[in-house]
Structures are given as structure tokens and as C-alpha cells.
Design a protein around this ligand. Structure first.
Ligand code: SAM
Length: 385
């Protein structure tokens, strides 16, 4: 083993150790750290990890009881701060064929058996920034930070949206790392041919996309959710009158959902027979699944059922979820489940699903929102079993 270790660029193991430790909420043993780093950068000797930890404790790491290490808050790069510990994890919740876990998905993924997930549909935090404790406190206070209320031009009060133009170079780099590590942990758990569909936005999608490809997933296109996002379109700040005919950025009227796939085994037909995955479920015999889906912003009635700041609408999610299992068989995963809207959509179209949410408040919200979203009938609903 670890024969490759000598050929690795200096610092890669060190960076891997810091990355994996900054993306978890719990302390890890040297063995657990070694296993995770191996999944990210290739085989690493446990003894190398152990000596690195020993050499850099207490400067970088804290050794807790029973050989468990944590990364020191002040030693982590700006946004790779270790996750704050979760309150006591709650027991998983089930709603029909949907199960929601209260956990950090990086930790949770590591525990999952190989080849157990048939599709991923998720709307992740774009990096860690807008879901850090600091930014969530600012969102709940309604002041400052990355969240802002879009201007009201038609008398409607808007929900806050994260403003990604405030991210600095370091934070953008963290987004790439976050998705790379996430995809490396995800890959072995996917069956060959499983699709991974990830919500993004035009400002950071190139980073997410690059990280997923680099981690070993295969790019299969992009789904355009045609929707008025309330991003961009504004006149220059504090110079509205002087430059009244200027928009600083285009008003964004679509949202990219990146489409990736775990490489298939053999031909698509072989993969479909063996793993039940590899393609998309058609809308009907005549109509293939298409990559542009018109979608209204999430309406008030739905937001009242699930008041998560990033709630995605059922009408859109049900179409996406339905398409992701080509034969209607298997399990859909949403590792950043929020209020559980993907799970509700899966249950509504008759699929099994698993969600993971680490925030206590959103987990709690999901427990009451999922049953209501399952029963919710969107206007002009086109999803069907
Ligand atoms: C963009 S929101 C998803 C909202 C969802 N689309 C909905 O409709 O409710 C991302 C969610 O991921 C959660 N999250 C962030 N990091 C996580 C992690 N490491 N493990 C599990 N959940 C995480 C956040 O608390 C947040 O609720």
C-alpha cells in the first residue's frame, strides 16, 4: 500500500488532513483521519497521519480523550473552520419510504455501504459560508452578512437570498475543496450509473462543476431551472440616478442544476440491467426528459409549510426526482436536506429516499414540513408516478 505516498506533492497529505478535519463536527482518531484522507488523496499510511498529528499538536490540533483529535478553531483557514458540534443528534425520522437523518453528511456518508445509492438530488450550501453559525445568526437578525433581501419592486416582500459576490478568493477555494471532498466520499456509495444532480448558481457553478469532475464523476450536462432568481439586475450602488440605464450584472432568470454521473459499467443497457441506473426516466413514451424546466419561485403557500430560506418548490423537484431513477427503482439521497423538500417530492412520486440534515432547527422544521409537503398539490402539477 502507500507506495504512491512518496510520489505525492509535498503538503498534499497535510492539506488532506486539514480538509477532512475541518469538514466534520466530531473528533476523529488517527485511523479515521487516515481512512478519510485516503478516500480523498489516495492511499496514506496511518503512521504518517499519526506522526503528522503528533508533530502538530497542540499548534494545529487538540488531542481529546481516547486518542481523538480535533482541528483548532484558530488554526483552520478562514472558512474551513471545524463545524460546531451538533446538539444531541435526534433519532432518524421516517415518512412512508423517506428517512431523514440528523447528522453531518460527511460523517454519515462514511458509514454507508458501497453501491447503496441510486441517485443524488441536492441543493447544497455553496461552500460553508452562508450556513456558518455566524452567517445564520446574521440571517436570523436580518442584518449584514451574505444574506440580503432583494428589492421589492411589486409590493411583495422577498425572502433573503445569499449574495455570492461577497465571497473572497479564499472562500471560493473552500467551495472547491468542500465539493471535492464531498464527491470523493460519495463516489464509492453510488451504484455505477447513478446520477448526481446538484443545484448551483451562475457565479459559483464552475467551481462546483470542476470539483465534481476532478473527484471522478462524469459530466452529463446541466438542467436549467427557468426561474426569476432576484439576483443581479440592480443599478450601481449609491449611484442609481447617475447610471439609471445600467445593470451591474444581468438579472438572473435561471438556476443551473449540474448533472453528473458515476461512470457506468459496460454499455448503458448493461448498466440498466445490473444496477437499474445510467439514464433518465422519460416523461412519456413520446417525450424524453428535457434539460429546461420552467419553474416559478417557491410560492408563499409552500414557504409557509416549510419556512427554510432555500426552499425549492415541489412542482420542480417532483419532475427532477421522478426523472432521476430511469426505471423508477432505487433510493434517492439528499445529503443537504434542509426542510426535506427532496424527500417529500420522492415520496409524492412513489420513490424511496434518504435525507441528511445537520442543523438542529432545520431538522426540526423538516419533521413537520415533510408530511405537509408530501400532501401539497402544486398548481398545474405534472409529476406522476
Ligand atoms: C441550501 S439548503 C437546502 C434547502 C432545501 N433545498 C429545502 O428545500 O429545504 C442546504 C442545507 O444543508 C445543510 N447542511 C450544510 N452542511 C451540511 C452538512 N455537512 N451535512 C448535512 N447538512 C448540511 C444546511 O443546514 C441547510 O439546511
Amino acid at each position: 500500500m502507500a507506495e504512491n505516498e512518496n510520489r505525492r506533492a509535498p503538503g498534499q497529505v497535510r492539506d488532506g488532513i486539514i480538509q477532512v478535519m475541518s469538514l466534520t463536527s466530531k473528533g476523529l482518531t488517527a485511523k479515521e483521519i487516515g481512512d478519510r484522507v485516503s478516500q480523498v488523496v489516495g492511499p496514506v499510511k496511518e503512521s504518517s497521519v499519526r506522526s503528522y498529528l503528533r508533530l502538530n499538536t497542540p499548534q494545529l490540533f487538540t488531542r481529546e480523550e481516547r486518542g481523538v483529535y480535533t482541528l483548532r478553531q484558530d488554526s483552520a483557514p478562514a472558512l474551513q473552520r471545524p463545524m460546531p458540534p451538533m446538539a444531541t443528534p435526534q433519532a432518524p425520522l421516517t415518512f412512508g419510504r423517506a428517512t431523514l437523518h440528523h447528522a453531518d453528511c460527511f460523517d454519515w456518508l462514511e458509514q454507508q455501504p458501497a453501491n447503496s445509492i441510486h441517485a443524488v438530488i441536492t441543493d447544497p450550501p455553496y461552500g460553508l459560508h452562508e450556513y456558518t453559525d455566524e452567517q445564520q445568526a446574521k440571517l436570523r437578525r436580518g442584518r449584514g452578512g451574505v444574506w440580503r433581501i432583494p428589492p421589492s419592486f411589486d409590493g411583495h416582500v422577498r425572502s433573503p437570498v445569499p449574495r455570492f459576490t461577497t465571497l473572497n478568493d479564499e472562500q471560493l477555494k473552500d467551495i472547491r475543496t468542500f465539493f471535492y471532498v464531498w464527491a470523493r466520499l460519495l463516489l464509492p456509495r453510488l451504484v455505477p450509473g447513478a446520477h448526481v444532480i446538484v443545484a448551483s448558481n451562475p457565479l459559483v457553478s464552475y467551481l462546483v462543476s470542476g470539483a465534481l469532475a476532478e473527484a471522478g464523476l462524469e459530466r452529463r450536462g446541466e438542467i436549467v431551472r427557468l426561474t426569476m432568481t432576484m439576483r443581479g439586475g440592480d443599478r450601481p450602488k449609491a449611484a442609481h440616478d447617475e447610471f439609471s440605464e445600467v445593470s451591474v450584472m444581468p438579472r438572473s432568470m435561471w438556476e443551473p442544476w449540474l448533472v453528473y454521473r458515476k461512470p457506468i459499467e459496460g454499455r448503458v443497457q448493461d448498466n440498466l440491467r445490473q444496477w437499474r441506473t445510467g439514464g433518465f426516466r422519460r416523461q412519456s413514451q413520446e417525450k424524453p426528459f428535457g434539460d429546461v424546466i420552467p419553474s416559478s419561485p417557491t410560492r408563499k403557500a409552500e414557504r409557509e409549510l416549510a419556512p427554510h430560506p432555500s426552499l425549492k418548490p415541489q412542482s420542480f423537484l417532483r419532475q427532477l426526482v421522478r426523472s432521476a431513477l430511469p426505471l423508477g427503482e432505487g433510493v434517492i439521497l439528499d445529503p443537504f436536506a434542509g426542510s426535506g423538500s427532496t424527500l417529500a417530492a420522492a415520496e409524492a412520486v412513489g420513490y424511496a429516499s434518504i435525507g441528511v440534515e445537520k442543523d438542529d432547527r432545520y431538522f426540526e422544521m423538516a419533521s413537520s414540513a415533510i408530511p405537509k409537503l408530501i400532501r401539497f398539490t402544486p398548481k398545474g402539477d405534472q409529476s406522476r408516478r
